[in-house]
Design a protein around this ligand. Structure first.
Ligand code: NAD
Ligand code: TDX
Length: 332
């Protein structure tokens, strides 16, 4: 039984990991989360009190981080500013949390020698052409496009340097786009589901033909647990599930599942610098650590996600109007 410290555990993927670990292991979990607009304590409801606790705090607070590292056996680092559109409107918190925050954690990892796993994104590799036969691998050169992805890339490079220079016992994973319950309504899939619930037509940026490589959040969580248990210190692992879809295809599936015409969406102002396509080659994780995704039917996973948003309006409703207000200001 390990004592895990999970940063950003009140967010979408971090909370999925907390639920996953408490269900599938004997480990105990402490969440360190600043509870920004993206953190939601309702995502951590009904967890066993003897194995779970939430500490409200900032990963940039060295004293707090030092204290918590001393009390735990391993750290899984999810905390980040995570939304590309926000990073275009105001990049400062992205630099602070994603870079300075990761630096703060690494300094504690260096002092304590604790096992550290850093959660990152495939966006650090930039984007692929639509007809490129290659997918991202662990050796693809870094080429990030947005303030968000460049700060994630910066944090990955800090982790690599702290491993090499100071012997920090860290691994890194770069995952593709996640979907599932408890994702903030600013993100593509929950935004369109909740728009459709509200009778508002979904909004696609540009021509809607950008491609994302979708993975269910539970598959991301199982992969992270596998890397924490068996990953090689200093190594990077790509996590994906062969889920490439254009944004139009995703919206058409949502509309169909919700009983609306498949073409009942609008094309709106494109995202500046919008990455064309992401695609992950996850064969290293399969071949070296024996991991496989469980959710192979995207339409079925999406239908479950839609059902969750229908059944949990009290979870997302408080965030909806403010989120749409921000989009309205930029014509999206
Ligand atoms: P999210 O925005 O839903 O959650 C982020 C969490 O971090 C929130 O609970 C927030 O309160 C917390 N946080 C923010 N700043 C903090 C700080 N300074 N100190 C402590 N806590 C802070 O994000 P998410 O989508 O769950 O993403 C989690 C991680 O996974 C991020 O590192 C992101 O880069 C990575 N990732 C996300 C995806 C995706 O598809 N969403 C894909 C690959 C990787
Ligand atoms: O209303 C929308 N309409 C639209 O067409 C929104 C919100 C998005 N989009 C498009 C932009 C992207 O092509 O949908 C796609 C997905 O958009 P996001 O949900 O904002 O995700 P993305 O920018 O791809 O980044 C996500 O995956 C990688 C996460 O937010 C990141 O945290 C993760 O690193």
């Amino acid at each position: 039984m390990r004592r895990l410290l999970v940063t950003g555990g009140a967010g979408f993927i971090g909370s999925d990991f907390v639920h996953y670990v408490l269900e599938h292991t004997d480990d105990s979990v402490t969440v360190l989360d600043k509870l920004t607009y993206a953190g939601n304590t309702d995502s951590l409801r009904d967890l066993p009190g003897d194995r779970f606790r939430l500490i409200e705090g900032d990963i940039c607070d060295q004293q707090l981080v030092d204290h918590l590292f001393d009390e735990h056996d391993a750290v899984v680092h999810y905390a980040a500013e995570s939304h590309n559109d926000n990073s275009l409107a105001g990049p400062a918190p992205f630099v602070q949390t994603n870079i300075v925050g990761t630096f703060t954690l690494l300094e504690s990892a260096r002092r304590t020698g604790i096992r550290f796993h850093h959660i990152s994104t495939d966006e650090v590799y930039g984007d692929l052409e639509f007809d490129d036969p290659e997918r991202f691998t662990e050796t693809t050169p870094y080429n990030p496009s947005s303030p968000y992805s460049s700060t994630k890339a910066g944090s990955d490079l800090l982790v690599r340097a702290w491993v090499r220079s100071f012997g920090v016992r860290a691994t890194i994973s770069n995952c593709s786009n996640n979907y599932g319950p408890r994702q903030h309504v600013e993100k593509f899939i929950p935004r369109q589901i909740t728009n459709a619930i509200d009778g508002v037509r979904p909004r696609l940026y540009g021509d809607g033909l950008n491609v994302r490589d979708w993975i269910h959040a539970d598959d991301h969580s199982s992969a992270v647990l596998r890397i924490l248990d068996a990953g090689v210190i200093g190594d990077t692992y790509l996590i994906g599930a062969d889920g490439e879809k254009t944004n139009r295809e995703v919206v058409e599936l949502i509309l169909e599942e919700m009983g609306q015409p498949r073409d009942a969406y609008d094309l709106v102002t494109d995202r500046p610098g919008h990455d064309k396509r992401y695609a992950i080659d996850w064969s290293k994780l399969r071949d070296e650590l024996g991991w496989q995704p469980q959710f192979r039917d995207f339409a079925a996973g999406l239908a479950d996600t839609i059902a969750w948003y229908r059944a949990n309006e009290e979870w997302w409703r408080p965030q909806k109007a403010e989120t749409e207000g921000k989009y309205a200001k930029v014509g999206q």
